[in-house]
Design a protein around this ligand. Structure first.
Ligand SMILES: [Zn+2]
Length: 243
């Protein structure tokens, strides 16, 4: 299993691509977030939409979902997505049920096809869940955290957590550090083998591996590395030839 970074920049980065990733297991690839850079960052990573099996969207900022119109239309009009029996292959779209309608509201003005009353299902095989989803034999728990506060309302982000042969992984998505609200969560993830965090606000967003001084502050175990992960890969060794 491999986690490949397509970028490690903030929402407004001009030279380090947005922090989207591709998780590969066996011959299947899951795109984790699809920001507005994704059509370029995929190509720079030697990847193509045809090589993807699905996409996960953590929240509705454009650096995490701004490339979804591209995914929708580029796959819809790509003959390679037409199966031999004439049916259409669609990318699987995994997301928390609370953002499904809002995502389509963002896309529907651009995702128009002549003669079709398009919906999100026109372009994607939608898997909308509230707690967890399964992709390629892996169960991913959607971990709700607070991204930011807008008008005193907490805006959620849904990171994901899953097991590998080497331990549990938590990918936070854009998450503000509020230990007073998430003490149990942060204490739990301190025991994880790998933590990929994306902290908010965006001007200081860094995508890093393992937890940073935040965990030291909460007096939790930490094996810290502040390495910027642009286009690096994390590889979890496995005894399974399927990876
Ligand atoms: Zn965000």
């Amino acid at each position: 299993m491999t986690l490949q970074f397509l970028g490690a920049g903030s929402a407004f980065t001009q030279d380090n691509r947005q922090s989207n990733m591709v998780l590969t297991k066996g011959d299947k690839r899951l795109l984790i977030d699809a920001g507005s850079d994704v059509r370029c960052s995929l190509k720079e990573a030697g990847l193509h939409l045809r090589m993807l099996d699905g996409v996960y969207i953590s929240h509705l900022h454009s650096d995490h979902c701004g490339g979804m119109e591209y995914l929708a239309l580029a796959t819809y009009f790509d003959p390679a997505f037409i199966n031999a029996d004439g049916t259409r292959r669609r990318l699987k779209l995994y997301l928390h049920s609370s953002i499904e309608v809002k995502l389509w509201e963002m896309l529907q003005n651009g995702c128009v096809v002549p003669g079709i009353d398009a919906t999100l299902e026109t372009f994607f095989e939608v898997v909308s869940e509230e707690l967890a989803f399964v992709w390629n034999g892996i169960e991913f728990t959607m971990v709700k955290t607070v991204h930011c506060h807008a008008n005193q309302i907490p805006i959620p982000c849904y990171g994901i957590a899953w097991y590998t042969d080497c331990g549990r992984v938590w990918l936070s998505g854009d998450t503000i550090f509020e230990p007073e609200h998430f003490a149990n969560l942060f204490a739990t993830v301190a025991r994880f083998s790998t933590i990929v965090k994306q902290l908010f606000p965006p001007l200081c967003t860094r995508t890093t591996i393992n937890w940073l001084p935040l965990m030291r502050r909460s007096k939790a175990k930490s094996s810290c590395s502040t390495t910027m992960m642009a286009r690096r890969k994390i590889v979890w060794p496995t005894a399974s030839p399927a990876g």
